[in-house]
Design a protein around this ligand. Sequence first.
Ligand code: F6P
Length: 333
Amino acid sequence: MEASKLSDNKIKKIGVFTSGGDSPGMNAAIRAVVRAAKHYDLEIIGFLNGYDGLVQNEYKVLNTRTVAHILQQGGTFLKSARSKAFRSAEGRQKAFENLKALKVDALIAIGGDGTLTGLRVFQQEFGIPGIGIPGTIDNDLYGTDSTLGFDTAVNTVVDCIDKIRDTANSHDRLFFIEVMGRDSGFIALNSAVASGAFAVMLPETDISLESLISLLHRNRIKGKQSSIVIVAEGNINGNASEIAKALEEKHPDYACRVTILGHLQRGGKPNYFDRLLAAKFGVKAVEALIEGNTNCMVGIQKNEMILVPIEKAIKVHPDIDRELLRISSILSE
Ligand code: F6P
């Protein structure tokens, strides 16, 4: 960073926290934030349990020692929550008083859209500079090619699908595997292509039961005995259990099974990609604050670090990769 920007810096103490659903790489991001802050001689404290920690004044003083050996661990050692208290004006006022008393000049929030929304509201109400780090397995924030934890989560899902495929093949069964992603289909689409799934049902596309049935029939004629269908939890035509039930009602001859992968997708060690992303996001977030930025999310686009206004990051719904969708339909024919 340029020396002039550093000498203009007014920030002396940063508060960092993780909020919302955890994602692999959050610990690595906290570590990167702490080490970058120390590099620039800033003090840093970590609030516990997301925004609840700000409201309840629960925090830990952080230094390079307190974040030793956490880089490779899943989850978040600062804990995470979706805070009810922070949604009220009184809660946010309390949080502001606590930050003032602690002389915290700026915040770095690691989390998804709810976390960034909270940061934006707080910044607008009290003017405390804030930078967001996109930490969610859903990859549903606009302006970054990848959110922290998404890559690891997709790897976890692919590993699970491979295992399910073994048993699906042994028993000639049709499996519906439901994956997370809230109202986005990134995990579903990427894992479907990477595991060679027969079909993928997403919030962004509209595959009806009828068209799924005709695809299945066609495959049966071709001699395919077992199949995997990936269903995003936000699929517009129903979740995995609903689709499987509707299919069995019409065609009891299909031996259907449903697996809901659930929260195992959020756990586990961050992979190499997410560790690197955490390092880049953490340093960028601290430097962005020192350079006088606020109300932005750090992002990565074509391997370049950028800042995206939080408003844009949360309000624009990123679209799935349409080219990958086309590839998926060609490969599953
Ligand atoms: O946003 C991450 C996520 O795992 C979503 O994919 C999922 O819909 C949701 O969180 C589950 O939330 P909870 O942990 O509160 O059940």
